[in-house]
Design a protein around this ligand. Structure first.
Ligand code: NDP
Length: 329
């Protein structure tokens, strides 16, 4: 019998195991245009926390006592859809479960880039696209710019660092802990701030960027964002990707330095990666070339077994991952 994680109750602050339940479920009947997929990799991503709130947003909220959804990579084990054969590996949105019956039009066959299948949930998947278009389109980053990236040891941030270096920018990261910072530097970052070490963040950022920042790729919000206003150069661009420091917080964010936005003419723009999905071919072409040139590498933190998915999810908010957080079914 197939199993899926269900949302049992909505978390108020930090999600806890009792908010979730792993239950047997019926994946549904096959029909014309449908495929049955045996999932081999499941992803957990911070945006899923937002879908656990019962509020109107860019994606509908998860329903109580219904299977959760999210990215997954799996093998087609039954097909009634043209163009999909048993044995094909696909990327699709019916994760948090070990087996899925889905409309084949919602699945993508994996591109041939000579990388492990799970890479398409990380630096060659949704987080990679977020990094690529967030940096180059939203942040308008160009050769010679100083790019500051918070959450730099995570899936999106570590990809931003590597794209920035591959395209001739100066890349400064911020991550929680000395080991994470060492890894960020091993990816080519010019420097990495350990925001959890002693000392105040503003001075750490000013020391790491004595000539200011031209692009801030924001994964974290809160104090990082506030200090970025102070360190920004005139005309800096802020790509507002995420604000994970606020996802489980009930306190309002406070900004001491936000008035710099005006005097420095800072351009701040939020985005959702789905707005760039139509440009997937361009992404695979450019990223594929960087992979072939050895300019991109991936690291994964892998939890074993579907039973571990909730731990993996909660780990996103406690710094439990270096690189992409994944679950191997
Ligand atoms: P990560 O792989 O970066 O995992 C989350 C990391 O966030 C943790 O490992 C932790 O790293 C850091 N973190 C957690 N809590 C805090 C905190 N209070 N302060 C500072 N850092 C914290 O996740 P992703 O790469 O998948 O996502 C990164 C960001 O991008 C998220 O904000 C996410 O919501 C956003 N996002 C936005 C998209 C869009 O379309 N706009 C699409 C995809 C992601 P550490 O140990 O360094 O603290």
């Amino acid at each position: 019998m197939a199993r899926a994680w269900h949302l049992k109750s909505r978390p108020e602050a930090m999600p806890a195991p009792e908010n979730f339940e792993l239950k047997e479920f019926d994946p549904g009947a096959m029909g014309d245009g449908m495929i049955r997929v045996k999932n081999s990799w499941l992803t957990v991503d911070p945006y899923m926390r937002g879908r656990m709130r019962d509020v109107k947003s860019y994606v509908p909220p998860f329903q109580i006592d219904a299977p959760l959804e999210g990215g997954a990579i799996g093998e087609v084990i039954e097909s009634q859809a043209d163009g999909f054969a048993v044995g094909d590996m696909v990327n699709h949105g019916a994760g948090w479960r070990d087996e899925a019956v889905i409309d084949a039009s919602t699945a993508q066959k994996l591109p041939e880039l000579g990388v492990p299948a799970q890479s398409f949930l990380g630096y060659l998947g949704m987080p990679g696209m977020t990094a690529y278009f967030g940096l180059l389109e939203i942040g308008q980053a160009k050769e010679g710019d100083t790019v500051f990236v918070s959450g730099a040891a995570g899936a999106v941030g570590s990809t931003v660092i590597q794209i920035a270096k591959a395209k001739g920018m100066k890349a400064i990261g911020s991550a929680g802990g000395a080991d994470k910072c060492e890894w960020v530097k091993s990816l080519g970052a010019d420097d990495c701030i350990d925001y959890k070490s002693d000392g105040d963040l503003l001075h750490k950022m000013m020391d790491a960027m004595p000539n200011g920042l031209d692009v801030y790729f924001d994964n974290v919000g809160g104090e990082h964002l506030d200090c970025a206003f102070a360190v920004a150069n005139p005309g800096a661009r802020f790509a507002e990707c995420g604000m994970i420091s606020g996802y489980n917080s009930t306190d309002p964010m406070e900004f001491r330095y936000i008035m710099n936005l005006i005097g420095k003419g800072i351009m701040m723009k939020g985005f959702i990666v789905t707005q760039f999905m139509a440009r997937a071919a361009e992404f695979y072409q450019d990223m594929g070339a960087m992979v072939a040139d050895g300019k991109l590498e991936s690291q994964e933190t892998v939890h074993d077994g579907i039973e571990s998915q909730v731990d993996a999810f909660i780990g996103l908010f406690t710094g439990g991952n270096t690189g992409k957080m994944l679950v191997k079914v």
